[in-house]
Design a protein around this ligand. Structure first.
Ligand SMILES: [Fe+2]
Ligand SMILES: [Fe+2]
Length: 443
């Protein structure tokens, strides 16, 4: 948010205006407020937000939502809304010299989200638990639904407002932003909600000392999570270095892995697969040919026909790739995808000769992306194929080599018009003969 557009400024100003109105309303409604305890919870929430762990694909996970959700139930909406303001400024924003508009938006968004979900909690029968014996077998059946509704409204308001400001900034659809940035976080959020129930109980029954007791396991959990993320990125770094080493062996396939990953991802998005699936497909795309690392340079660079022995060696690469990847815990989902990426739907492929749906879906997606990139990249023994002609090849091989449904999605994802663009090829307006020699390009 370094340079804000007029629309973004208007959006931030409107959010701030609504937040001020809400705070005034909550003050006038005489909800509970104790400034000393507010400072304690505010600092706790600030610390939780600033100790958040940054995720490799952007964004971060912090337990500040746990503190905020707990304050709604313990102290009510005014206290909770004011606590959330402590999260407005994070150390990262200061370090990156982010615009103060970002702080204003964060603070206002926190007030609206927390204040409104607190009001919803009370409106559906929730009770403020300060000076009570906390959650017990008698009140849990009455409080569970209000707590769940409060947590759901908090989640929806928070993610909707954040998606809206991103969408205004990027001039894109807020629903698209929400889908790609938020869906994956739902399980995390569920865990944070359970933690907030624990925090409510500890504070109401033990008091401030209980909060300190709770912070220690949270810090240990944070440390463990951070180590896990570092290990994961170290493994990914190693495997990516292997891909770079493989591509350095054969300059003609340079960039192939990344292009296949991008094409496969496009197909996955066109098929409306979820973010976890897209992530798996992307990783499988980058690593699908990693098994070629053990194949000699002379075979990889051979411009002519391979001998039977060389061809057999080449056919082993999906198996070798799966063997490399199965040693890595984080890669277990992509092992079968890599293993089967040269299967053909008529059963004539390798390694297992699987047919149709027996072949994992992501492997069928990779097969289309892999073949398209292989055909449209130049080789020492032939020029690069025109993309439309390559599409025609994919269509011709649908039902034998490729899954026809996936080829359809691919053509749509690439923005080709089957009737207009590829129709020209089908009607012979492009010369196919020069490409006949590359029919079996996907070796
Ligand atoms: Fe391959
Ligand atoms: Fe490949």
């Amino acid at each position: 948010m370094a340079k804000l557009s007029v629309q973004e400024r208007v959006f931030v100003a409107a959010t701030a205006f609504l937040a001020v109105l809400l705070i005034v309303y909550l003050f006038l409604s005489h909800f509970y407020l104790d400034y000393k305890i507010l400072l304690l919870f505010g600092l706790l929430s600030f610390a939780a937000e600033n100790l958040g762990v940054e995720l490799p694909q952007g964004g971060s996970v912090s337990v500040s939502s746990t503190v905020i959700l707990a304050t709604v139930v313990i102290f009510g909406p005014l206290f909770a809304a004011l606590t959330s303001i402590f999260n407005a400024v994070v150390w990262r924003d200061i370090k990156e010299k982010n615009s103060p508009y970002r702080w204003i938006f964060n603070g206002s968004e926190g007030v609206i989200t927390t204040g409104c979900s607190g009001l919803i909690y009370l409106a559906v029968g929730g009770r403020i638990l300060l000076n009570t014996s906390g959650l017990n077998s008698k009140n849990i059946p009455h409080l569970l639904i209000p707590i769940i509704l409060m947590a759901v409204s908090y989640f929806l308001l928070n993610t909707s407002l954040v998606s809206l400001i991103i969408a205004v900034g990027k001039k894109t659809s807020p629903i698209g932003v929400w889908r790609s940035n938020v869906l994956w976080a739902i399980p995390n959020y569920f865990v944070l909600m359970i933690l907030s129930l624990v925090m409510i109980q500890i504070y109401v029954t033990i008091g401030t000392a209980g909060l300190i007791l709770m912070i220690v396991p949270l810090l240990i959990a944070r440390q463990a999570f951070q180590i896990y993320l570092r290990l994961k990125s170290a493994y990914m770094g190693t495997v990516e270095a292997l891909v770079a080493a493989l591509e350095a062996k054969d300059p003609y396939t340079s960039g192939h892995s990344e292009r296949v990953a991008t094409l496969a991802e496009k197909i996955g998005r066109q098929m409306q697969l979820g973010p976890t699936a897209i992530n798996t497909i992307r990783n499988a795309g980058i690593l699908h040919d990693i098994g070629k690392i053990g194949i000699s340079r002379s075979i990889l660079r051979n411009p002519g026909k391979l001998t039977d022995e060389e061809y057999l060696r080449m056919q082993k690469h999906p198996e070798s790739g799966a063997l490399i990847l199965q040693e890595i815990k984080f890669m277990e989902k992509i092992v079968p995808v890599v293993f089967h990426h040269h299967e053909k739907v008529d059963g004539s492929g390798y390694i297992d000769g699987f047919k149709g749906d027996e072949i994992p879906l992501y492997s069928r997606i990779l097969a289309v992306a892999d073949a398209f990139d292989a055909m449209t990249s130049p080789r020492p023994y032939r020029p690069a194929m025109d993309p439309l002609v390559a599409c025609r090849e994919l269509i011709d091989c649908s039902g034998t080599q490729f899954d026809g449904n996936i080829v359809d999605h691919f053509i749509k994802a690439m923005g080709f018009q089957l009737s207009k663009d590829i129709g020209d090829v089908l009607q012979g307006q492009l010369n196919l003969d020069e490409f006949k020699t590359v029919k079996n390009c996907n070796r």
